[in-house]
Structure formats: C-alpha cells, structure tokens
Design a protein around this ligand. Structure first.
Ligand code: PMP
Ligand code: G9A
Length: 456
C-alpha cells in the first residue's frame, strides 16, 4: 500500500517538474522531510475553474462583515438583527425540552422537504394570511439564501434572462450571477419597482427574442432601499407576469417588521394563476443562526427544488427546524415579533431623527415604515465607494450603494442598517457619517470655486 506521505511527495515532485518545464522556478522548495508542501501551491486553481465560478463575485456584505467587526467601529453595514432580539431564555427552554423528549428526531437526518409538523404549521400560517397552500407546497431551506440558490439551480441556464430591481438585494444577484443569468434591471423608486418601466422592459426583451424567466422582487421594506410596493402595483405586477407568462420571485423577509402604516397583501395571496414563488425566513424574526427559511410554491416547483436540494445538503438542519416549530406552534413567536418591532421601531426613529439633525441638506433618504434599512442618495459628485475608507477612519461603516445594482450605477448611494447598533451608537455613528459626507460636499464646493476662478 502507498503511504499518504509518499503520495504527497509524488504530487510535489510532479509539481516541481511541471513548473520547471514552464521555465518557472517554484516559489517554495521543501528539501527536508516530512515533505508537507503548502496546499496553496499544489494545484493551479485558475486553470481548472468552471466558467460559473469565474463569473462569481464575493458578497460585498460578507466581506464588510469581517472589516466592521473591528472594535470601536459603529457599523450600519450588515443587515444584522440586534442580539437583544434573540430569545435566549425561551430558546434554552425549548432546546432542553427537545433534547429530553425528541432527541432521536432532532439529532437525526430529516426529510429533504423539511419536518412535517413545521411544514404543516407554516402552511396553516400562510392560509391565515390568504395564501391557499398545504404542506406539499412548502420546502424548508437553510435560509432564504439557499432558496435563492436552489431557484437559480432549477430555473436558470447560462444566459437566461431575468429581471431585478435597480437597486436590489445583492445576495440574490450573487446567486443569479453564479448561475450565469443575464440580469436586466428596472428602476426602484418610492413605490418599489416601477411597473410601467417593467412592462416596457419586458415588451422590448420579448421583441428581441428573449424569454424572461422571472422577475425578482423584495416587495415589502426592500433590502436595500426600505421601500414597499403598494397594493395596486402588486396587482399590476401579477397582470404583467400573466401577460408575459413569467414567474415572480417574492422574497419577503421583512413583512413582519412593520412599525407603522397599512399592512400590504402578499403578492402570492392575490395570485390565482400560480405565478408566484414566495420566500420567507426565520432569520429576522427569530435568529439567523438557525438558518431556517421556507419556500411556498406549486407542488411541481417544490418537487423540482427538493431534487436540487438533495444534491446540495440532503436536508435542512432538523434541530433548528424543531426549535422553529416549537416557536410557531406554542405561539411564542408572535409575542416575540411584537417585542422585536418595538425594539427596532425605536432604533428606526432614532436613526431618522439623527439624520434629520446631522445630515447635510444635499443628502436625501427614504423613510421606511418597517424593515431594517434606510437608503441614502447623495449628490452625483459624491462617490460612496471612494468615501468609504474615510468613513472607516472615523470608525463608522455602511454598505456602498453600487453593490446593489447590476448595471454600473448607484455610486452616490449607500445603505444604512438601523437594527444592529444601540441608540447611542446610532446617534454617534450618524453624526460621524454626516461629517464625512459634509467633507465630501465641501471638497466639491472648493473645487468648483477654483474652477470658477480659473474659468475666464
Ligand atoms: N433575501 C433578502 C431580501 C434578505 O435581505 C436576506 C438577508 N439579508 C436574505 C434573503 C437571506 O436571508 P436568510 O438566508 O438569512 O434567510
Ligand atoms: O450577513 C448576511 O450576509 C446577511 C445580511 C444581509 C444584508 O446585509 O443584506
């Protein structure tokens, strides 16, 4: 039998010979035993990457998370729930009960579709909100992020056309990009996606011979802008989907987090032709660490997604599913959501008041009635990506707005999260950020002044 060390040595020698043939001197030569060359130099990864992987981009938010965990930074960047919103004691009680009573189930593999009691409870919950579904229409996923990945896997061939908002959730565009979708974008304004523009864009796409597969929307308190599609536009969206025979992906993690204003009907509840696939998650109402979310769709779509999920992770973690089920079935979740709403509403008010007080008059921003984000638009000449290091110097962070656009735009925008920081941090962070923005505006005014002097 060949030993592992001998195999490693043989691979290492092959590498040395190959590199020498190419006229390249290997960076590291390990001459003495035990011959453990670094894994970094064994395979020339670039040469074997799939076309799909070459097109992937690192998530701006995930990269920022590493940076903004630096001590002292007030971060408005990550869309993170507040740790105070995690129901620690209730969770401890539930977990202990589960370990005592259902150990074999919670620690065992589960069905790919998800555990039956949770699927049944979620279907009943959705029926209460006017969506005609049963457990066969529900698939439990590892977060809505996995739902986006599975939907892409099932529906997208390289080059397929889909439509997204401008701006839109970057985790979704990341998933769609990974499956080489051709993303077209439609402006998002105060009322969410512009339906006239969508209709026009689709008409043009069809005229050019494309067959757009779906339109992706975050209809309620959109990530990143915080805006909501009004009821009449939701109806219009369904009419458009019907006219062009396409699906709507309704991604709705924030609909429970309404702090004021009138509740909007879910798009899926208005759909009688089966155009909608709806995504919901426990991440923002329980804890993202459980990674439990669900997809509601026709049985045919669910069955296809189940097959795709089998090759992805076999099943969503049963432990988290049972915890989520206990929350839903015991009614604890709804009380908890009320608590979260109160907590976040106060933070939202604090952020908006601080922005009113400190932000320069040249800045504009949304005033969301719920969710987790405020969207800021600065004058065209301010580039928030270039400004970012200056904000970091002042120990404050945000997400650069252009990350949320599929076209080359949005350089004067940024997203601010108001749920993670304390109220004191929000006031302090907004004051710091306002100074950084003001500095950019002043710099522009000074440059303009110089131009005026030297222009005859
Ligand atoms: N969709 C949207 C619009 C989101 O904002 C998020 C989280 N920020 C997700 C999906 C993913 O959520 P999760 O995977 O935690 O369920
Ligand atoms: O941590 C993540 O990646 C989830 C948050 C998403 C967001 O900031 O929009």
């Amino acid at each position: 039998m060949v030993s592992a060390t001998a195999l490693r040595c043989a691979r290492w020698m092959r590498y040395l010979v190959r590199e020498n043939k190419n006229g390249i001197t290997p960076k590291k030569i390990i001459l003495s035993p035990p011959y453990h060359p670094s894994v970094d130099i064994m395979v020339d990864v670039k040469n074997i990457l799939s076309e799909r992987a070459k097109g992937m981009k690192a998530s701006e938010i995930r990269e920022l998370l590493k940076l903004t965990q630096r001590p002292g930074i007030i971060s408005f960047a990550g869309g993170l729930p507040n740790p105070k919103a995690f129901p620690v004691e209730a969770t401890r009680k539930i977990i202990n009960e589960l370990l005592d009573d259902s150990c074999e189930q919670i620690l065992q593999y589960g069905a790919t579709e998800g555990i039956t009691p949770l699927r049944e409870a979620l279907a009943a919950h959705m029926r209460d909100r006017g969506i005609d579904v049963k457990k066969e229409n529900i698939l439990i996923t590892h977060g809505s992020q996995q739902a986006l990945d599975l939907i892409s896997k099932v529906f997208l061939d390289p080059g397929d056309t889909i439509v997204v908002g401008s701006p839109t959730y970057l985790g979704a565009t990341g998933a769609f990009r990974a499956f080489q979708a051709d993303m077209k974008s439609v402006p998002v304004g105060e009322d969410g996606m512009d339906m006239d523009a969508l209709d026009k864009e689709l008409e043009e796409l069809i005229r050019l011979g494309h067959r757009p597969k779906f339109v992706y929307v975050v209809p309620t308190f959109q990530n990143p802008s915080g805006v909501t599609i009004p009821a009449e536009n939701r109806k219009r969206l369904l009419e458009i989907a019907s006219k062009y025979d396409m699906m709507i992906i309704e991604d709705s993690p924030y609909s429970y987090l309404r702090y004021e204003g009138e509740t909007m009907p879910h798009i899926m509840s208005m759909d009688d032709e089966g155009h909608v696939v709806r995504l919901q998650t426990f991440s923002k109402i329980l804890a993202p660490g459980f990674r439990i979310a669900w997809i509601a769709a026709s049985e045919e779509i669910i069955n296809q997604l189940v097959i795709a999920k089998q090759s992805s992770d076999l099943c969503t973690n049963p432990f988290g599913q049972f915890v989520a089920y206990k929350y839903v079935s015991e009614g604890t979740l709804y009380k908890h959501i009320d608590y979260i709403k109160e907590l976040y509403n106060q933070k939202r008010i604090t952020m908006l008041e601080a922005m009113d007080k400190y932000f320069p008059k040249e800045a504009k921003w949304t005033r969301p009635q719920g969710g987790m984000f405020v969207w800021v638009t600065l004058p065209e000449y301010v580039n928030t990506r270039e400004m970012f290091p200056k904000a970091l110097e002042e120990n404050v962070a945000y997400v650069v707005g252009d990350a949320f656009f599929v076209e080359d735009e949005g350089y004067n925008t940024m997203r601010l999260n108001f749920t993670h920081s304390s109220e004191e941090e929000i006031k302090e962070g907004i004051e710091r950020l306002a100074k950084v923005i003001q500095h950019e505006i002043d710099k522009n005014d000074e440059t303009k002044g110089v131009e005026e002097i030297i222009t005859p």
